[in-house]
Design a protein around this ligand. Structure first.
Ligand code: ADP
Ligand code: MG
Length: 232
């Protein structure tokens, strides 16, 4: 197993303002899987992604990638882990306004020793004709494609996507999810994605629902149709 999430507990605040966000989360993810995380607002989805991404610490439990626990990594190794093995895609694209599409994507290759070819990425993402534009000349969908390019140019082992279609209309969302699936097929990245868009039903290998800090359902999406029928 490639990514192990074991016994993760997390709270915020103290005393009366203490909230238990994650109450013992166990997930095992195989290499190349697309895992969809569903749950109501405030159920701890972003917190869990941040713990996997090493930008937040768990109170208890551990994250292990390829047999190495992130908690055992020193600061240098953790930085290396984030730079080389993780790609992050957010709801808001967070592009650098005065850089072109090409340059925004190349920012993601910084210090990577296995960067993919920028033109190939532009082509995969359907951005070749927009490479020299600035973010404010792009549609929301094109901006999100650019931010996906920035995340995947280092060919990360794990791509974490936190509501990547949350700011997009339904059809553009479908295109973006399809693109994430294409990226998975082409480069074999393990993908954990939070999204409520039902187009996900066609691409999820596994669906996990969170509620009250616990896993409510965790199932293999064999026929890739079940996600649409979920209640959470
Ligand atoms: P989701 O992504 O599922 O909407 P979050 O992981 O963002 O949920 O948040 C889970 C809970 O933790 C919420 O109640 C939120 O208010 C709280 N929370 C998240 N981050 C912090 C923080 N840095 N400090 C205090 N509370 C937080
Ligand atoms: Mg969130």
């Amino acid at each position: 197993m490639f990514l192990e999430i074991k016994g993760i507990k997390k709270h915020y605040g103290e005393g009366e303002s203490r909230v238990e966000v994650l109450n013992g989360i166990d997930i095992e993810v195989n290499k190349g899987e697309i895992v969809v995380l569903l749950g109501p607002s405030g159920s701890g989805k972003s917190t869990l992604l941040n713990i996997i991404g090493g930008i937040d610490d768990a109170d208890e439990g551990y994250i292990s990638i390829d047999g190495e626990k992130t908690a055992d990594m020193n600061e240098k190794r953790l930085t290396q882990y984030r730079r080389k093995h993780l790609g992050y895609v957010f709801q808001m694209y967070n592009l650098i306004p005065n850089l072109t599409v090409r340059e925004n994507i190349e920012v993601g290759a910084y210090l990577s020793d296995k960067a993919l070819d920028t033109d190939e990425i532009l082509n995969t993402l359907g951005l070749s004709d927009h490479a020299d534009k600035k973010p404010n000349q792009l549609s929301g969908g094109q901006q999100q494609r650019t931010s996906i390019g920035r995340a995947i140019i280092k060919n990360p082992d794990i791509l974490l996507c936190d509501e990547p279609t949350g700011a997009l209309d339904y059809n553009t969302s479908k295109d973006i999810l399809k693109l994430i699936e294409d990226v998975n097929k082409k480069y074999g990245n393990t993908i954990i994605i939070v999204t409520h868009n039902d187009a996900i039903k066609n691409m999820a290998d596994r669906v996990i629902t969170l509620r009250d800090g616990r896993i409510r359902k965790n199932y293999v999406n064999d026929n890739k149709i079940a996600a649409a029928d979920l209640e959470w």
